[in-house]
Design a protein around this ligand. Structure first.
Ligand code: AMP
Length: 371
């Protein structure tokens, strides 16, 4: 097993990264609510990697549960469009001292937020969307509905390959009160998530629709300032949904929605006029503004029952040129124990569970490196 001599420390801003000596030349590349991420060079494989230090994972139950869930899922998933866990370790040698978890992943060049602001042609847009759909379909096949897909959770390489970075919200996400001190981006959350209704896989199509709109217009489509404003922004653009949708709402939410302003919404040709699209592709006849707008109009539908499904989106003319059976229908994940999400453990219990998982992983990986 690893000993103290296998590690060294480096200060990244005011965060200490204590990592295995094989990881050299650490430099910061990003920060999220969960932690700080560095790029590094792996001496053993000769490849660049990304190393994430989970930020105070045991400061409260929400963070602890999230860290545990992410780690469990990352170990399980194996799909070209989902980030792969290459290594994981803790520099602490006992449960008493345990506080940091480092996750080593494939290194990617940028997050999608950086790429959205660059000039994207139809070929790139449709290929990025195809990969998001393949990754999401794979998560769905294991019963994981993301619900929180956004540009900062998606990473890409210069060659346009794309990977989803995280696994979204747990089924029982925990008390929101604990998260209020952190800024959460709600812009991409589906109406059924915003309104606290039951939800299905279709929530992730909504997020992909919002991301697609942003790739084209370079502006956030629904920049709500809070929960309530998020709903208002949605209906200002798409219009107040019909009675068939309102009847599915809980009485109190229905009352709230019905007593709010009635909006007619904006027509898709006005919302996404030809001028804002890249030039139609001369190489691929189906990659045109008309097809892109058609896909947007099918994804950005308030009523999830009327919204296009992941399979239908993969079949859409704007997307299906990329269709590759191995990527679309990759074998489902090994079994994921969903009961983890329902468990009510104390922070200390989550910490114990995480410690066991990390130690088990270290032992397995250590043996593999030794071999
Ligand atoms: P996260 O803490 O996972 O939300 O990541 C925060 C940010 O770090 C992301 O938005 C990316 O900009 C960057 N990042 C995270 N993981 C990677 C990776 N594997 N490769 C490149 N950049 C990453």
């Amino acid at each position: 097993m690893y000993s103290q001599e296998d590690f060294y420390s480096v200060d990244i801003g005011d965060t200490k990264f204590t990592v295995l000596k094989r990881y050299k030349n650490l430099r910061p590349i990003g920060a999220g609510t969960q932690g700080i991420v560095c790029a590094a060079y792996d001496d053993v494989t000769g490849k660049d990697v990304a190393i994430k230090k989970l930020w105070k994972p045991f400061q409260n139950i929400v963070f602890a549960k999230r860290a545990y869930r992410e780690f469990k899922l990352m170990k399980l998933v194996d799909h070209v469009n989902i980030i792969k866990l290459l290594n994981a370790f803790t520099p602490q040698r006992s449960l008493d001292e345990f506080q940091d978890v480092f996750l080593v992943m494939d290194f990617m060049d940028a997050n999608l937020g950086n790429v959205i602001n660059t000039q994207l042609d139809h070929k790139r847009i449709s290929y990025l969307l195809y990969q998001m759909l393949c990754g999401i379909k794979h998560l769905h096949s294991a019963g994981i509905i993301h619900r929180d897909l956004k540009p900062s959770n998606i990473v890409v390489k210069a060659d346009c390959s794309l990977k989803i970075l995280d696994f979204g919200l747990a089924r029982a996400a925990g008390s929101t009160a604990m998260m209020t001190q952190y800024v959460v981006t709600r812009y991409y959350r589906a109406p059924e998530v915003v309104l606290g209704m039951g939800y299905t896989e279709k929530v992730d199509i909504w997020s992909i629709g919002c991301i697609m709109a942003e790739m084209i217009s370079k502006e956030i489509l629904f920049p709500g300032t809070d929960h309530i404003d998020q709903w208002n922004k949605i209906i200002e653009i798409l219009g107040t949904p019909p009675a068939s949708f309102l009847s599915k709402l809980e009485p109190s939410v229905r009352y709230y929605v019905e007593s709010g302003p009635r909006c007619t919404g904006i027509d898709f040709n006005t919302l996404f006029p030809d001028e804002i699209f890249p030039d139609d592709s001369t190489e691929h006849g189906c990659l045109t503004a008309t097809e892109a707008r058609d896909l947007l109009s099918r994804m950005l539908v308030v009523d999830p029952d009327q919204r296009i499904s992941v399979d239908q989106a993969l079949d859409h003319t704007y997307i299906n040129a990329w269709y590759n059976e191995c990527e679309v229908n990759a074998p489902a994940l090994n079994s994921y124990d969903h009961s983890v999400e329902e468990h009510e453990h104390t922070v200390e219990q989550w910490k114990n569970l995480m410690y066991e998982e990390v130690k088990e992983y270290e032992a397995q990986n250590y043996e593999m490196v030794e071999l």
